[in-house]
Design a protein around this ligand. Structure first.
Ligand code: AHG
Ligand code: MN
Ligand code: MN
Ligand code: MN
Length: 338
C-alpha cells in the first residue's frame, strides 16, 4: 500500500515545478480528474442507460453530436467553473469560447481548451474513447472576461496538457512540461494511481496508424510513405504493422507506449485534414515532445503554428521522431497534392 502514489499526491509533490502557480494548477488538474471520474462512470454504463446514440443535431464541426459528447462537455465545463481557477473554456462542442462570469472566475489566470469526448462515434460499439485537454495562462488582464487572444495562443505556450483514455482500463496521462506521467484508475478505490512515470516513446517504431480508406485522396508523399511502410525489407523491420482504432486518444496512447506514427493528412476533400489544432493536435504535440517524439503538420512543428481560429483544422503527423522525420521527407520529395 505504501508505494501507491495517487494523482492528487503526485501533483502536490510536483508543485515546485510551478513556482509561480503554487496550488492553482493542482486545483485545476483536480477538477479535470473529478470530471473524468464522472464521465468514466457514465461511459461504463453505456448500453445500459439511455446515453448512447446521437442527440439528433450537429456541432459547429458539422459532425453528428452524440449524447455523450454533450454529457462530457457539460461535466468538464461545470467542474472547471466550480474550482475558480479557470476564466473560460473553448470546446469542440461549443460554437464560441465560453467565459465564466463569476467574479472568482474572472480573476482566474487560466483558460482550458478541450475535446470532451474524442472518438465519440466509437461509443456505441464499445471501443475506447477519450478526453483531451490543453491549459494556457491567459494573456488578457485578470479581472476581465477572457478574450480571443487567450484561446488562440500557439501550442508552445501551453502550461499543461493531457488526456483521459476510457479503455480496457481508464487512464489519465498529463504533462506540465516536466515529462509525461500516466495514472491508472482503480474503480474500487476511486483514485487514479501512478502507473507510468516518465513515459518515453521509442525513437523508432513499426506501427503506422491512418485511415487508409481515404488513400485515393491523400497527397502523393503520404501515398508513397504508406507504400514504404508496406515494403518487404526485413533488415529494416518492414513491412510495418498497421493499427487504426479511429479514436485519436487510443491510437496515440498505443503508439506512445510501443512506438509508431499516427497520420491524419490533408485530403483532396479536406485540404486541412480533420483534426483540430487547438483541442486535439496541440495537446498531443506537447505530450509527444515531452515523451521524446515529434508532432508536425508535414512541414512545421505543430506547436509553432499561430492559430487563427478556434476550430481550425490542420494535417497531423505525430509519434516516434524518426518516423515523423521520414514522412516529412516523403512530403518534401513528392510535393504533388495527389
Ligand atoms: P471526435 O470524436 O472528437 O470528433 O474526434 C474524431 C477524430 C479522432 O478521434 C479520430 O482519430 C478521427 O476523428 C477519425 O477520423 P476518421 O473516421 O476520418 O478516420
Ligand atoms: Mn466530434
Ligand atoms: Mn476528437
Ligand atoms: Mn470530440
Amino acid at each position: 500500500m505504501s508505494d501507491i502514489r495517487t494523482l492528487g499526491e503526485f501533483i502536490v509533490e510536483k508543485q515546485s515545478d510551478f513556482p509561480h502557480a503554487s496550488g492553482e494548477l493542482s486545483s485545476l488538474l483536480g477538477s479535470i480528474k473529478l470530471a473524468a471520474k464522472i464521465v468514466n462512470r457514465e461511459i461504463n454504463k453505456a448500453g445500459l442507460v439511455d446515453i448512447t446514440g446521437s442527440v439528433g443535431g450537429q456541432n459547429v464541426q458539422g459532425e453528428d453530436q452524440q449524447k455523450l459528447d454533450v454529457y462530457a462537455n457539460d461535466k468538464f465545463k461545470a467542474a472547471l467553473e466550480a474550482r475558480d481557477q479557470v476564466c473560460g473554456v473553448a470546446s469542440e462542442e461549443e460554437d464560441e469560447a465560453v467565459a465564466f462570469n463569476k467574479e472568482l472566475n474572472r480573476n482566474a489566470k487560466y483558460v482550458v481548451l478541450m475535446d470532451p469526448l474524442d472518438g465519440s462515434s466509437n461509443i456505441d460499439v464499445n471501443v475506447s474513447v477519450g478526453t483531451i485537454f490543453s491549459i494556457y495562462r491567459r494573456v488578457s488582464p485578470v479581472g476581465t472576461p477572457p478574450t480571443e487572444e487567450d484561446f488562440l495562443q500557439p501550442g508552445h505556450q501551453q502550461v499543461a496538457a493531457g488526456y483521459i483514455i476510457y479503455g480496457s482500463s481508464t487512464m489519465l496521462v498529463y504533462t506540465t512540461g516536466n515529462g509525461v506521467h500516466g495514472f491508472t484508475y482503480d474503480p474500487s478505490l476511486g483514485v487514479f494511481c501512478l502507473s507510468h512515470e516518465n513515459m518515453r516513446i521509442p525513437k523508432d517504431g513499426r506501427i503506422y496508424s491512418i485511415n487508409e480508406g481515404n488513400y485515393i485522396r491523400f497527397p502523393l508523399g503520404v501515398k508513397k510513405y504508406i507504400k514504404f511502410c508496406q515494403e518487404n525489407v526485413p533488415e529494416d523491420d518492414r513491412p510495418y504493422t498497421s493499427r487504426y482504432i479511429g479514436s485519436l486518444v487510443a491510437d496515440f496512447h498505443r503508439n506512445l507506449l510501443k512506438g509508431g506514427l499516427y497520420l491524419y493528412p490533408s485530403t483532396a476533400t479536406h485540404p486541412s485534414g480533420k483534426l483540430r489544432l487547438l483541442y486535439e493536435c496541440n495537446p498531443m504535440a506537447f505530450l509527444i515532445e515531452q515523451a521524446g517524439g515529434l508532432a508536425s503538420d508535414g512541414q512545421n512543428r505543430i506547436m509553432d503554428l499561430k492559430p487563427t481560429e478556434l476550430h481550425q483544422r490542420v494535417p497531423f503527423f505525430v509519434g516516434s521522431t524518426n518516423m515523423v522525420r521520414k514522412v516529412e521527407s516523403f512530403l518534401e520529395m513528392y510535393p504533388d497534392q495527389e
